[in-house]
Design a protein around this ligand. Structure first.
Ligand SMILES: NC(=O)c1ccc[n+]([C@@H]2O[C@H](COP(=O)([O-])OP(=O)(O)OC[C@H]3O[C@@H](n4cnc5c(N)ncnc54)[C@H](O)[C@@H]3O)[C@@H](O)[C@H]2O)c1
Length: 311
């Protein structure tokens, strides 16, 4: 099996590092536009092989997509972060160009690949990738909800003083601080509802902390995070490569599910060898559905910026 990660920056390299450590594939290709950068990151990761005991071959490439040929999964992390003074429209414009070009280059050499989109604004970039490539919907998956859910579990773990591995907790909706929806009502600790273990105010705080999870890290680090985003990307790749059929919240194309159409948004899906295989209906209550609809409206507004780019 073979995986390509485009963008050898903080998130891409960490994602590649996790994929190599887990020995998910025989060959892992890291691509970046910056001369020599992916080669350097790949060599650095390869030099951990004898220390960590993996046999995955990691190869770097400066924009030579022929090296990515026949990848089973391709992860797109290339893009730029929002710079001071940059409007949201300008960011979407720049990253849309990068993501569209990268996905077309990848498909030229791996026509049967599954595309995982991580670049931000992720929901809009996933929608763009689906439209620009014309791929069957099951082969385009946006990663954001896995990271947000891991952050949700981290804050729950702190509030409950429990193992994060005993928690089931999901964030759906958009991957933005105002569009994500931590589903506190459905969160469980080994089958017990978390809402029976925490007070309303504590749960509200966990939810609020989760929603600003990314911003909190950006403030602390001076740049956006990479360990958890990289690990979340690798967990998604693992469920595809190993056909695990894990249920992860991922950004996928909705055709009536959760009451939405013509949008890519985070919902629980089964992830296996064919990409996202089916959407699980969590049967939202009226309040959650209203939040989901609002999230969809906000993401749809962002998607409209794409039309202005084409025009
Ligand atoms: N979806 C999520 O959960 C999530 C989480 C964290 C970060 N992100 C997003 O992931 C992206 C990457 O973040 P990062 O911290 O790794 O940024 P980074 O700046 O460290 O890395 C981005 C890399 O992309 C490369 N690149 C730019 N244009 C390219 C092109 N045309 N072809 C190939 N490579 C190209 C750059 O050279 C750079 O090395 C950003 O858009 C960020 O907002 C998403």
């Amino acid at each position: 099996m073979k995986v390509t990660v485009v963008g050898a920056g903080a998130v891409g390299a960490t994602c590649a590092d996790n994929i190599a450590r887990k020995e998910l594939v025989e060959e892992l290709v890291l691509v970046d536009i910056k001369e020599g950068f992916a080669e350097g990151k790949a060599l650095d990761i390869m030099q951990t092989a004898s220390l960590l005991g993996f046999d995955t071959r990691v190869i770097g490439s400066t924009n030579d997509y022929s090296k990515t040929a026949n990848s089973d999964v391709c992860v797109i992390t290339s893009g730029i972060p929002r710079k001071p003074g940059m409007t949201r429209e300008e960011l979407i414009g720049t990253n849309a160009k990068i993501v569209e070009e990268v996905s077309k280059n990848l498909l030229k050499y791996s026509p049967n690949t599954i595309l995982v989109v991580i670049s931000n604004p992720m929901d809009t970039m996933t929608y763009l990738t689906l439209k620009a490539t014309g791929l069957p919907k099951h082969r385009v998956i946006g990663m954001g909800g896995i990271l947000d859910s891991a952050r949700f579990k981290c804050y729950l773990q702190q509030a409950l003083d429990c193992s994060p591995n005993d928690l089931h907790a999901t964030v759906i909706g958009g991957h933005g601080d105002t569009t994500m929806i931590p589903l506190t009502r459905l969160a469980t600790l080994n089958g017990t509802l978390v809402s029976n273990l925490l007070g309303e105010a504590e749960l509200k705080q966990v939810s609020a902390d989760t929603m600003v999870g990314g911003a909190t890290l950006t403030k602390l680090l001076g740049t956006s995070a990479w360990y958890a985003p990289g690990a979340a990307g690798a967990a998604l790749v693992e469920s595809i490569i190993r056909n695990e059929k894990k249920v992860f919240p991922c950004c996928v194309s909705l055709e009536g599910e959760y009451g939405q159409n013509d949008i890519c948004l985070g919902v629980p899906v089964v992830i296996g060898r064919n990409g996202w295989e089916k959407i699980i209906d969590y049967k939202l209550n009226a309040e959650e559905q209203e939040l989901f609809n609002k999230s969809a409206d906000a993401v749809r507004n962002m998607n409209q910026v794409l039309d202005t780019l084409v025009a």
